[in-house]
Design a protein around this ligand. Structure first.
Ligand code: UD1
Ligand code: UDP
Length: 372
């Protein structure tokens, strides 16, 4: 079986890294060469700074991409269009059995479009997630990708239910769709890398007494009022507790171009960090504040409360069990949630919301069954 993996953005390196590891593990166990899985990795170039891309391949030992398309830093249309053109060339040359895409970025959508037009089977990892906010570019990307996928790898039962409510499964160019709840590949990574986590920055942090924060969503960075309100809240909180903010380049550019006031002594803005350092920060912080999708779950994996700086989340089960508070960009709501977080006690040890770290293995099994 030949798989063409399409990735391009930071969270996709982390997700696909676990599946590559599972492929390697599978290949090491089979005796018949005909059953080998060959993975060809295409990096679209959506994220291109060393600390947004190379660092993950190096420190997580993810196989180096076979193709680098160099399409990053462009508008949605230019980026997605150029990715489609270049992925198509690779797909025609490599003739894979499967194209595998992850999540909901423009790289995901581009890979999905190529697969469906060339009638190559498409596997979507993180299928079925919905925010029900069609203004989010991610929501559009994931809905379109799900529609043309042959196998929909859902991370949660909620994702499966979302698809069913929308009338899935549908027919595709290759047959009828299969929906499988395989669990969440990010949990596989969190478990695997926990013991390798290390801090390399010279941050001098007091363990369990700092907040880890990230902000990069278009809805926050591209809306000056929302961004101002979030930073006003962070400035207040920083008077009481240190905040570490590894800043996405998108947000850094907006902040540099604005006249936002920042409480600089206790609100520590640093460059994006590698995954091993990130895992250390999550494991050692007292609270996560973020608009990231992935980080909301990682907070849960490491038993930390999370305040989500968005108006909705795809990971609704975390809100239902009370470990994630949705506050949007409202200063007062953020401050209230911060106050309430000090009473947080995670009592979820018997819950298995995300598959327990077997998602990548399940994905390989499902692909082999589908192809039998
Ligand atoms: C993208 C995804 C988003 C995901 C995020 C993960 C889409 C539509 N959005 O958002 O779902 O949560 O990745 O981090 O695909 N930039 C750099 N260096 C880099 C990468 C980006 O300077 O290495 C800057 C550029 O100015 C670029 C901007 O960030 O134009 C936005 O990058 P882009 O990939 O378009 O979107 P993200 O905000 O990263
Ligand atoms: N991450 C990282 N370094 C950082 C910020 C985030 O390694 O400086 C990791 C984070 O732990 C998670 C993933 O990147 O595994 C999430 O990516 P991001 O927030 O960019 O995207 P999203 O999940 O919102 O799509």
């Amino acid at each position: 079986m030949k798989i063409l993996t399409i990735l391009g953005a930071r969270p996709q390196f982390i997700k696909a890294g676990s599946v590559s590891r599972a492929i390697k593990q599978y290949n090491s166990q089979i005796t018949n060469d005909k059953s080998l899985i060959t993975e060809i990795i295409v990096h679209t170039g959506q994220h291109y700074d060393a600390n947004m891309s190379d660092i993950f391949f190096e420190e997580m030992q993810i196989p180096k991409p076979d193709y680098f398309l160099g399409v990053g830093g462009k508008s949605h249309g230019a980026m997605t269009g150029q990715m489609i053109e270049k992925i198509e060339e690779v797909a025609l040359k490599e003739k894979p059995d499967w194209i595998m895409v992850y999540g909901d970025t423009n790289s995901t959508l581009a890979g999905a479009m190529v697969a469906s037009k060339l009638h190559i089977k498409l596997a979507h990892v993180e299928a079925g997630l919905r925010s029900f906010n069609m203004k989010m570019p991610e929501e559009v990307n994931r809905i379109l990708t799900d529609r043309v996928s042959d196998i929909l790898f859902c991370p949660t039962e909620t994702a499966v239910e979302n698809l069913k409510k929308e009338g899935f499964p549908f027919s595709t160019a290759n047959g009828k769709q299969k929906i499988a709840n395989v669990g969440d590949v990010m949990q596989d990574g969190a478990i695997f890398y926990k013991n390798l986590a290390q801090i390399t920055s010279n941050l001098q942090l007091e363990t369990s007494n700092f907040i880890l924060c990230t902000i990069h969503r278009a809805e926050n960075t591209d809306n000056p009022q929302r961004l101002k309100s979030i930073f006003e809240a962070l400035n207040e909180i920083a008077k009481k507790q240190q905040i570490i903010l590894p800043l996405h380049p998108r947000t850094r550019k907006v902040i540099q171009a604005s006249n936002l006031e920042l409480e600089t002594s206790n609100l520590k803005i640093i460059d994006p960090v590698g995954y091993l350092e990130m895992v250390w920060l999550i494991d050692n912080c007292s609270l996560v504040m973020t608009d990231s999708g992935g980080l909301q779950k990682e907070a849960y994996f490491f038993s930390k409360p999370c305040i989500t700086l968005r108006d909705e989340t795809e990971w609704v089960e975390l809100v239902e069990i009370g470990v994630n508070t949705i506050v949007g960009a409202d200063k007062e709501k953020i401050l209230d949630a911060y106050k309430a977080s000090s009473n947080f006690k995670l009592q979820t040890s018997n819950l298995n919301l995300y598959g327990g770290g077997k998602a990548s293995e399940n994905i390989i099994k499902e692909l082999l069954i589908f192809d039998k």
